[in-house]
Design a protein around this ligand. Structure first.
Ligand code: KMH
Ligand code: ZN
Length: 303
């Protein structure tokens, strides 16, 4: 009997710009509403970034997170997962501020560095069509998403200090699984580990099924029965990869952080619409969708 599928929804992220879709949640009110709707549609976990309401740019201020996290918790039972990935150009201290201030059940932890390329040429591989802002493209050309061993240790130890926060370990390539195994070997984190495999970011592993199968095989070898795996893929690969993950007994992530679309060339009207779509597919495959309570129990969250 397959386990139920844990759906994570990442409603806004720090990559897409409001110019790219009128449906991207930006203000605290929009992020709260999008999250509550996504939870009602079946998301057990909500992965959160904040944005400056005036500019739409990613913003690490805990004050902004505090303007939507209590509202989301009042409106639904979903697990709140605060990003420590932040946005382009933030220092590691900035990236951690919101999680330290809000002490969430979960936080992301990016377990390796990579070039994080977003170019029009990537559209050939990843997206249908995107109008990226030229200034943003210029920044990403020379951008390394820095997550050194020292950065990883900093996040683990800062959030471990009395917060009891568990991690969504974001792995963008095969080597990142080994980095996580190293973290585990240090004795810094306790199982079960929630491994989020990320496909289709230029600089990380490509969105090919062979890669998904191999990442899963290696994760099984490294973490055995001590982990839960989940899959997200950027752009047009989002739904196909989420579907593959469900078929293989894994969990998945959708949301406008990872793709603004819901189908070929069609912008998603809401995060909830993406959750409903994948929920329908999961259900058609004969699987159940995990409740927040089931996710808390399986991931041993503090609740
Ligand atoms: N934007 C995703 C590909 C984080 O917030 O820590 C990666 C992410 C990073 O979710
Ligand atoms: Zn994120």
């Amino acid at each position: 009997m397959p386990k139920s599928v844990i759906i994570t929804c990442a409603p806004t992220g720090g990559i897409h710009t409001p110019t790219m879709s009128p449906h991207l949640p930006v203000t605290p009110e929009e992020i709260a509403q999008a999250s509550i709707e996504a939870a009602a549609a079946g998301a057990a976990i909500i992965h959160l970034h904040a944005r400056n309401p005036a500019t739409g740019r990613p913003d690490p201020s805990p004050e902004l997170f505090q303007q939507f996290m209590p509202q989301i918790s009042a409106g639904c039972d979903a697990v709140l997962n605060v990003s420590t990935g932040g946005g382009l150009g933030m220092t590691r201290e900035e990236r951690l501020r919101a999680a330290v201030a809000t002490s969430p059940e979960m936080a992301s932890l990016n377990v390796g560095s990579l070039n994080f390329g977003i170019f029009p040429m990537l559209d050939k591989h990843t997206n249908w069509k995107h109008d990226w802002e030229p200034s943003f493209l210029e920044m990403t050309r020379d951008f390394v998403f820095k997550n050194t061993f020292a950065d990883i240790e900093y996040v683990v130890k800062e959030l471990g200090k009395g917060h009891g926060t568990k991690f969504e370990f974001e792995c963008y390539d095969l080597g990142h699984l080994y980095n996580l195994a190293w973290v585990v070997d240090q004795g810094w984190v306790e199982p079960p580990f929630f491994v989020q495999m990320v496909f289709g970011v230029l600089g990380g592993v490509g969105a090919d099924l062979d890669n998904l199968l191999h990442m899963h095989t290696v994760a099984d070898k490294l973490f055995g029965g001590s982990y839960e795996w989940s899959v997200l893929a950027a752009g047009r690969h989002q739904m196909p990869f989420a579907t593959q993950a469900a078929m293989l007994g894994g969990n998945l992530r959708v949301g406008m952080e990872d793709s603004l679309y819901i189908g070929p060339g069609e912008l998603a009207a809401s995060n909830a619409a993406q959750v409903r779509k994948i929920r329908g597919i999961i259900t058609e495959l004969g699987h159940d969708v995990a409740t927040p309570a089931q996710a808390r129990q399986r991931l041993a969250l503090k609740g």
